[in-house]
Design a protein around this ligand. Structure first.
Ligand SMILES: *Cc1c(COP(=O)(O)O)cnc(C)c1O
Length: 345
């Protein structure tokens, strides 16, 4: 079967900077950000902090570094942190939260639905009244949307309850908001409505918003002053970063476009369900289908030029701005024509 172009649904990170973004990058006003701040970096940091309702923000090369810097400053050796099971900080950052930031992770179950932890579980694991040789639970790490749960959203009221349970238990709160923009668009609330009460938050510009590089970690002014030092320590200070920040500023103007990715994900999920695939209706731009043999399913998809990735027990499709609606339709035609994979019910 001829498949033509590959339809790449492995991740929204495959999005490429378009012509407009490349033009903005080439025209960026720049300075030495490590010496005394690049002007375009400064604009991006101020603009992002404002959108997140935080006092200040710091650009970092990756979301992983943003999470690491936050956890590094929040945790000490002998501390424990709580995170939703299969959180990115637990599964996809090579354990740096433990070996660099020094925190012992504890995964909380998805009591409130896929990716969502309960107030009761936060309270149950937050206690510090233990003997001296017990871990001190220091931090709750939330993730919105939750990547490996299938881009699931935590709404503002549930977020607020978790944050107040954490603060009653003297826990700091870090929000891994790599796709916070998707949550905000799906819920129809500003991003700042989803950061209420957190100490720090990390957001990505290099996923569905289409920037080639960049995340920001936001918090208090004092946090960002310290975060700048840790970023340098990790080798994450960049010089004329304005070239990258210019892409980020344009990315921030594209948040509303994510609504189309969500529509496309729903179309894809409904189409796959019609073909007999086991999928749940997505809340944002991530579709997870349960399959009996992940390797075989990915291979059959690859044969018809549809790229996806493996998750435990299934395959993951991520919609994004470089795969328009007509390509989603084409992907469904290809999967139909392939007849294989037909996952068992
Ligand atoms: C992508 C992602 C990150 C950070 O990823 P980088 O590739 O390091 O930018 C962090 N958390 C979640 C939930 C993510 O999906």
């Amino acid at each position: 079967m001829t498949t033509g172009r590959r339809i790449d649904l492995r991740s929204d990170t495959v999005t490429q900077p378009d012509e407009k973004m490349r033009v903005a990058m080439s025209a960026a006003e720049v300075g030495d950000d490590v010496l005394d701040h690049d002007p375009t970096m400064r604009r991006l940091e101020e603009e992002t902090a404002a959108r997140l309702g935080m006092a200040a923000a710091l650009w970092v090369p990756s979301g992983t570094m943003g999470n690491l810097i936050a956890l590094f400053l929040h945790l000490r050796r002998g501390d424990r942190f709580l995170a939703s099971a299969a959180a990115h900080v637990l599964e996809a950052e090579l354990g740096s939260a433990a070996w660099l930031a020094g925190g012992m992770p504890h995964a909380l179950p998805w009591t409130e639905g896929p990716g969502r932890v309960s107030v009761e579980d936060v309270r149950a694991f937050a206690g510090n009244s233990a003997p001296y040789y017990a871990l001190t639970t220091r931090l709750l790490c939330l993730e919105n949307t939750h990547n490996f749960a299938g881009g699931t959203v935590t709404p503002p009221d549930e977020h607020a309850k978790l944050v107040s349970a954490a603060s009653e238990a003297n826990l700091l709160v870090h929000l891994d908001g790599a796709r916070l923009w998707n949550a905000s668009v799906a819920l129809g609330v500003p991003p700042a409505a989803l950061t209420v009460g957190v100490d720090t938050v990390q957001v990505c510009l290099s996923k569905g918003l289409g920037a080639p590089v960049g995340s920001l970690v936001a918090g208090s002014k004092a946090f960002v002053t310290e975060a700048r030092r840790v970023r340098k320590m990790l080798g994450g200070g960049v010089r004329q970063g304005g070239v990258l920040a210019a892409a980020g500023l344009l990315a921030l103007e594209r948040i509303e476009d994510l609504a189309q990715d969500h529509v496309n994900a729903t179309t894809l999920a409904l189409g796959l369900a019609e073909l007999g695939w086991q999928v749940v209706r997505p809340q944002t731009n991530i579709v997870i289908a349960a399959v009996p043999d992940t390797g075989a399913a990915l291979q059959s998809l690859d044969r018809v030029g549809v790229l996806a990735t493996a998750v435990p027990g299934g395959v993951r499709f991520v919609t994004h701005r470089d795969v328009p609606a007509h390509d989603i339709a084409e992907a469904l035609r290809r999967v139909t024509a392939a007849s294989d994979p037909v996952p068992a019910a």
